[in-house]
Ligand binder design. Sequence first.
Ligand code: UDX
Length: 448
Amino acid sequence: MASVTVPDRDRAVCVVGAGYVGIVTAAGLASLGRDVRIVEIDAARWAAIAAGRAPIHEPGLDAALAEQLRAGRLRLATDLADGLRGAGIAVVAVGTPPTAEGDADLAHVRTAVAGIAVAAEPGTVVVIKSTVPPGTVAALARSIGPRLPVVMCPEFLREGSALHDLHHPARLVVGGDDPDSLGRVAGLFAELGGELIVTDATSAELIKYGTNAFLALKISFINEIAELCELTGGNVDAVAHGMGLDPRVGRAFLNAGLGFGGSCFPKDVRALEATAGYHGQSFWMLKAAIEVNAQQRRRFVNKIRLALGGSVSGRRIAVLGLAFKPGTDDLRQAPALDIIRHLEDQHAQVVATDPAALERARPLLPATELVADAMACVAGADAVVLVTEWDEFRSLDWARVAESMAGNLVVDGRNCLDGERLAALGLRYRSVGRPPIDPLPLPLAAEA
Ligand code: UDX
């Protein structure tokens, strides 16, 4: 850990927004001994934090939050003025959801920055953690004027391992044009480590979008390779392994499956594509990544349909996993939602389960039977479909699953089950980009 001296004033930090990024950043800064105040306008989130609970499902966060609240290093502010009193740094971590056109909706960022501009003391550094399109921070800085410097400092936290990522960053990016405030923001996070990149605000914004978009491209690319594997008889596991051993390619984010979901990749790829469009650029690779990702979900439903003999109508299909990835209850752009809706449109009878996202899913899937217990989910199913690779599903007692199903089809959307083992239990195994595995035919009765 780098040793840094933080000026007294910068020890007090006001974090605006207690969503995924804000609450994790706030808890992390408090654990470094900062005096953190969190400003949240959403009543439900506010109440959760006031009761000492995290407003989202994130491993370790409940405990971290409770510890920092108890120690008095983190507190809920009553409003912006309260949160900003004596603070040297204001961190904006509000959402930038997609608009109907696909670009980032900056309304919350603008509201937060306008409020800070009124309430903050001169010299307070405004740190933008929200993901905003290139040019946004420069425009905000122009609108506020020199009284409050603005610095772009993107986050790279993954849901499900956000606290770990916060404490083990690969890099710390600060972008702006005032060297003093860039240094102050670097000092805020420097103890956490990671290579420091000091640049202009627009480049910092593009580092964030470029990273997410590139990772999304990798995923869509391997999913296209997976399709080609299915068409030609290859195995995407071997291909990804072989490709990934080339250090110029790298194995990370080459897991074929149901593609990317969540709050970042789908939204950021579309927003970057929209930004390029506004500047007259057709960013074809991003358009392709988005289309391949949508297609991947349709291909998967098709695979289930074909494996069930050409129709899912009236068939009972058990879906394991609703959250967009394990370790979270986040359903934003979750493949499960599209897949279940496609199946239900084709008159399948869907029953689904998830260790964390069940309650959030209820209003989104009114026609779906949602059950808490995975064994109850698979009972009587014609097909079991794995959509989210939770450990709970990998380690199911698959012999019992095989016994309690009505049919014998398992379709693994995340390539995370042992197909040979399932086939030995009498199950037909289908996955993504790998050859199908069927149970061995029963030995012929010995001749008398
Ligand atoms: C991502 C970025 O990783 C993080 O740096 C950024 O701050 C926010 O967006 P997150 O959305 O939490 O984080 O999840 P991540 O683990 O990156 O996965 C994104 C999606 O891609 C998930 O839907 C995941 O299932 C999918 N994925 C990931 C694949 O389909 N294949 C892979 O090889 C990797």
